[in-house]
Design a protein around this ligand. Structure first.
Ligand code: NAD
Ligand code: LMR
Length: 339
């Protein structure tokens, strides 16, 4: 009898802890933007999300009202920049996605966005460090190579930095790498899994095609690498001044959030590429680096090394590391000089 009660108690506890983990509040800062809106919609469709909090300097409640009519169970609330709006949006969030900031126009690099977006991300990071210090923070705003170190510095200054919970979202690079190889090979992109390491801009994006089993050579290989590295520019040019990738980015951001929620809810072996504080190239001035990362209940579980690469890929990586170190340093310096 006693044993039966013990077993029942354990099962009840397990059931409770599973459903408690499924009570996941997700906040989006910049929710009324080109990425924010479709991202919020995709999160509303995700049954792992129980509460969706949408903040923007303008239009958060409107997007929330619209998305809230979608017939899934989660509760949606929108927030304006009132004195308490951002704080209430963030409180209790397990995941905070930040796509707030300006996008590129043709002719601009991501680094050209630094002057505007660095302070936007710094201020949102401050609010997050205060209201949701234990949340997983997913930085989408560009330049990611600098905005992630900015967020880390802000969290450090508030004494709440946990490197396992800060992620630069580089998922779009692997989404593109899979799609573009499938176009060349005539394969199903859903079955393609190309590792992409480094950072998230131009030459810092390093696709490791050799690890996928595919072999391209000469001009075909050069064109493939260039397309993955500059896929963002393709969209910026096609949109002709109306912004950069929003829909594919929303899909990529929603995929990353879903992976984190899966891992938080106990699923094992969830691996996503992401730009995190990493030991891999610290000795070359890169405290942050994107590689495949196994996710777990506490965020980063295991950072995968880059693995075996070709001489050609090593050359790409060498160029990447030089640029990346400068981008990271720029972010750190910004917070030191503009706390
Ligand atoms: P957008 O201009 O359409 O939307 C940005 C939104 O941010 C706007 O609604 C704006 O009101 C809001 N915003 C600005 N300042 C804010 C603040 N302080 N607090 C809250 N919200 C604020 O731009 P977008 O196309 O959605 O792109 C957003 C960012 O994402 C850009 O920096 C872009 O370069 C970046 N991006 C990153 C990736 C990636 O792979 N990581 C991909 C695409 C775009
Ligand atoms: C992308 O890769 O599409 C984004 O970083 C947006 C951009 O500026 O290209």
């Amino acid at each position: 009898m006693f044993a039966a009660r013990q077993v029942f108690g354990a099962a009840q506890k397990r059931a409770f802890s599973v459903s408690a983990r499924q009570n996941s509040k997700v906040a989006v800062l910049g929710a009324a933007g080109g990425i924010g809106q479709p991202l919020s919609l995709l999160l509303k469709l995700n049954p792992r999300v129980s509460s969706l909090a949408l903040y923007d300097i303008r239009g958060g409640p409107g997007v929330a009202a619209d998305v809230s009519h979608v017939n899934t169970k989660s509760i949606v609330k929108g927030y304006d920049p009132t004195p308490s709006g951002l704080k209430e949006c963030l409180e209790g969030a397990e995941i905070v996605l930040i796509p707030a900031g300006v996008p590129r126009k043709p002719g601009m690099t991501r680094d050209d966005l630094f002057n505007t977006n660095a302070s936007i991300v710094r201020d949102l990071a401050k609010a997050t460090a205060e209201a949701a210090p234990k949340a997983n923070v997913l930085i989408i705003s560009n330049p990611v190579n600098s905005t992630v170190p900015i967020t880390a510095e802000v969290f450090k200054s508030k004494g709440v930095y946990d490197p396992k919970r800060l992620f630069g979202v580089t998922t779009l690079d692997v989404v593109r790498a899979s799609r573009f190889i499938s176009e060349i090979k005539g394969s199903d992109p859903a079955n393609e899994n190309i590792t992409v390491v480094g950072g998230h801009s131009g030459a810092t994006i390093v696709p490791l095609l050799s690890q996928s089993g595919h072999k391209l050579e000469g001009e075909t290989l050069d064109a493939y690498i260039k397309r993955v590295q500059f896929g963002g520019d393709e969209v910026v040019q096609a949109k002709g001044g109306a912004g950069s990738a929003t829909l594919s980015m929303a899909m990529a951001g929603a995929r990353f959030a879903e992976s984190l929620l899966k891992a938080a809810q106990g699923e094992k072996g969830v691996v996503e590429p992401t730009f995190v504080e990493s030991p891999l190239y610290k000795d070359q001035g890169c405290d942050f680096f994107a590689s495949n990362v196994e996710l777990g209940p506490n965020g980063v579980e295991k950072i995968h090394p880059v693995g075996k690469i070709t001489e050609f890929e090593q050359k790409l990586l060498d160029v990447c590391l030089q640029d990346l170190a400068k981008n990271i340093q720029k972010g750190v310096k910004f917070v030191k000089e503009n706390p």
